[in-house]
Design a protein around this ligand. Structure first.
Ligand SMILES: Nc1nc2c(c(=O)[nH]1)N=C([C@H](O)[C@@H](O)CO)CN2
Length: 124
């Protein structure tokens, strides 16, 4: 099969960041949960059984946690967009869907968040 678009997944990744609109949110880190789907043709990696030929979800997770820990934004929209740019530039993801949840932000909701989709999913 040529140009398949498979998905590498990360679900419920915990990242800590200073994030929020209100003054009281600017003095401490809050925990966010991130789900990511990364478009990737995994067939070469599977054929060769070689991690270098796919997206390394451990490396992606570590990089996003590191980026979030050093960040300081008001909106989770901004963090989502920055994550997306990082994933495209540093990991070459041609397509991604990313969800950030901020549990506890609305007491009456289990969690609130944003979801973005960027890039193009190749059709085979
Ligand atoms: N769409 C958004 N709405 C809100 C955000 C946000 O980042 N995106 N942030 C806040 C506050 O920081 C809130 O989380 C504090 O409880 C409110 N609405």
């Amino acid at each position: 099969m040529l140009g398949a678009m498979d998905t590498v997944l990360i679900e419920g990744l915990q990242v800590d960041a200073i994030i929020g609109v209100y003054e009281f949110e600017k003095g401490y880190q809050q925990r966010l949960f991130v789900d990511i789907e990364l478009g990737c043709d995994i067939s070469g990696a599977a054929r060769e059984d070689n991690l270098d030929l796919t997206l390394n979800y451990a490396a992606v997770s570590e990089r996003l946690r590191e980026y979030a820990a050093a960040s300081r934004f008001q909106l989770i929209e901004t963090l989502a967009e920055r994550f997306s740019e990082l994933l495209q530039k540093e990991f070459g993801a041609p397509w991604l869907r990313l969800t950030i949840r901020k549990p506890g932000a609305v007491a009456e909701a289990r969690s609130v968040g944003v979801r973005i989709e960027r890039g193009a999913r190749k059709s085979d």
